[in-house]
Design a protein around this ligand. Structure first.
Ligand SMILES: [Zn+2]
Length: 100
């Protein structure tokens, strides 16, 4: 596929996620729609979503979880440094280990 088209798609995806983030509190429904749209773009153009965006989707219920709005983030206090994110929709918690 054409590289320019891919870049445009990635740019659209970024804009949608940014909008979804800013609407998360004021308009949750619109926010979910925008995030879903971003996901569709990634499937349609076969572009992998950047990691920081993928982290904003619950692994279980697939909802868009805006940090501190639809999810809770805790830093683990054990010897292994990790971030725990809890989805406010389905309460699923997943852990991300931070590289030392
Ligand atoms: Zn969830």
């Amino acid at each position: 596929m054409n590289k320019a088209r891919k870049e445009i798609a990635l740019e659209r995806m970024k804009i949608l996620i940014e909008n979804a983030l800013s609407n998360a509190k004021s308009n949750p429904e619109l926010s979910q729609k925008q995030a879903l749209h971003a996901k569709k773009i990634s499937t349609h153009y076969r572009i992998q979503m950047p990691y920081e965006f993928r982290m904003m989707f619950c692994k279980k219920c697939k909802s868009f979880i805006a940090p501190s709005v639809n999810s809770r983030t805790r830093i683990g206090r054990s010897s292994l440094k990790s971030i725990r994110t809890t989805c406010n929709f389905c309460s699923y918690t997943y852990r991300k280990v931070i590289a030392q």
